[in-house]
Design a protein around this ligand. Sequence first.
Ligand code: SF4
Ligand code: SF4
Length: 89
Amino acid sequence: MDDCQHCGACCAAYRVDFSVQELESAGGQVPDGLTVAVSHSICRMRGTDHLPVRCAALTGTVGGRVACGIYEWRPAPCHELQIGSPACE
Ligand code: SF4
Ligand code: SF4
């Protein structure tokens, strides 16, 4: 999304939790090193649970030029957040 490459607000606003099944170590695609464990079944993108929120995979300057360093391997919540959706607004 072109607009997202000049935004990144959602990557610096939300806690990003997802199933450990998505981790590379469990056969998924999300690099383990960019995540923290929440429970035996849930993990979280590193950096999304402290203030200021900023996902460890985000590169660039929020509101300027940004990119997801793991775009092709990002977890489900990042796939699900659609530009123009209430969560984006
Ligand atoms: S989905 Fe919305 S909040 Fe997230 S980067 Fe794109 S425009 Fe910004
Ligand atoms: S994994 Fe990528 S898309 Fe998801 S919150 Fe982090 S930087 Fe944003």
